[in-house]
Design a protein around this ligand. Structure first.
Ligand SMILES: C[S@@+](CC[C@H](N)C(=O)[O-])C[C@H]1O[C@@H](n2cnc3c(N)ncnc32)[C@H](O)[C@@H]1O
Length: 361
């Protein structure tokens, strides 16, 4: 297979268009790949800093001279131009002449008011997660997280509204797409009430309720989240079909719902903690009750498939950030069995997340 690399200078230096083609797997291709991956941190920082400075918000009304962007974001002109050029290189912006830059459709996703905004997730990666990843060597050596993790980590967020906002908005940004896929591909209409356990703002339950007009839904999460979750649900229009239930799933999960959804919950925790959570949910939903677990299921053998990057990246993020882990199908099956839960089937969809359906024995 040939890899084509085309660069067009559009007349800037009169050199015309140069095309360089290399064979996939050739020494040159491997060299390019290595250089890209070794310097991979630049994408996180360019996107995160652009998000923090709200560059996309300022470019939202159309092309701007970089000098005007610099004035709007209170930054130096030459370095603003360099950030904008890097954004062009990552496909977030485009340059039409020496001074003028515009937002691309991908760049629109960094606008704070975009319906599918990733600004919150970008901010999370340049702050909390950036620091956590700086501790990878220690994490690998000890198997221990590099930041305050587990229950202490979530308690820390609960006590720091600014941190909580970053964390919860990042999670909502990340979950929106997969939540739509889950609601589109799984029939929730046979249930009376679906609870989104550890649902955060309730991105998943909002999509499920929108797709199932007669269904009731709830978020069961730490009590501090109630106000923001209710505001989110109001904006989503779930109305009086929605309720919030303050819950510590290590203490008790209230009964009532006939289906519990757990999206990105089990991956936060080690096996002991997962067993405690699963047993509490199994007790709440009762014999024959349904659990819908939404996670990125790892392939049984690691590979270089780009579709699996997200799962392997999140696995290490969990090592460093919460003390949790991603798991394979066999690992989920065994974990459930230890808690009196049978894994029925795993459904995939167009997102990177899988839907694991399970029943309490
Ligand atoms: C990784 S986030 C997932 C949020 C949401 N399910 C999603 O995927 O977008 C983990 C969630 O678990 C909640 N959580 C953490 N500890 C909890 C506890 N002891 N009881 C209930 N919820 C908890 C957090 O507040 C947070 O909303």
């Amino acid at each position: 297979m040939k890899l084509a690399e085309t660069s067009s200078d559009k007349g800037n230096d009169g050199m015309g268009t140069a095309e360089k083609t290399v064979d996939a797997g050739s020494p040159l291709a491997l060299r390019r790949e290595m250089i890209e991956q070794i310097g991979g941190c630049w994408t996180t920082q360019v996107i995160g800093v652009a998000a923090k400075l709200k560059v996309a918000d300022h470019l939202a009304n159309g092309p701007m001279r970089y000098q005007d962007v610099a004035a709007a974001i209170h930054c130096a002109e030459p370095s603003t131009k360099r950030l904008l050029r890097a954004m062009c290189s990552l496909g977030l912006a485009s340059q039409s002449d020496a001074e003028t830059f515009a937002l691309t459709p991908k760049g629109e996703l960094l606008r704070s008011d975009a319906p599918n905004s990733f600004r919150g997730m970008a901010l999370s990666w340049t702050t909390r997660l950036w620091n956590a990843w700086g501790g990878l060597e220690g994490g690998v050596r000890t198997g221990e997280p590099s930041v305050i993790s587990g229950s202490a980590g979530f308690a820390n967020a609960a006590a720091n509204p600014e941190l909580a906002d970053v964390l919860n908005q990042a999670q909502a940004d990340r979950t929106r797409g997969p939540a739509r896929e889950v609601a589109r591909t799984y029939d929730f209409s046979r249930f009376t009430e679906v609870a989104d356990l550890g649902g955060g703002y309730g991105t998943v339950i909002a999509e499920i309720l929108k797709a199932n007009p007669s269904l009731k839904g709830a978020v069961f999460d730490l009590a501090y989240l109630e106000e923001k979750t209710l505001a989110f649900q109001k904006a989503e229009g779930t109305g009086d079909r929605f309720r919030f239930v303050g819950t510590d799933f290590f203490t008790e999960v209230a009964s009532g719902p006939d289906c519990f959804v757990l999206k990105s919950i089990l991956h936060d925790w080690d096996d002991d903690d997962c067993r405690t959570i699963l047993k509490a949910v199994a007790k709440a939903v009762g014999k024959g009750g349904t659990l819908v677990v939404i996670e990125q299921v790892l392939p049984a053998l690691a590979d270089a498939d780009p579709l699996h990057h997200s799962a392997f990246r999140t696995d290490l993020t969990m090592l460093l950030g919460t003390g949790g882990m991603e798991r394979t199908e066999a690992e989920y099956r065994a974990l459930f069995a230890e808690c009196g839960i049978t894994l029925n089937r795993i459904l995939s969809n167009q997102s990177e997340f899988h839907l694991i359906e399970a029943t309490v024995d």
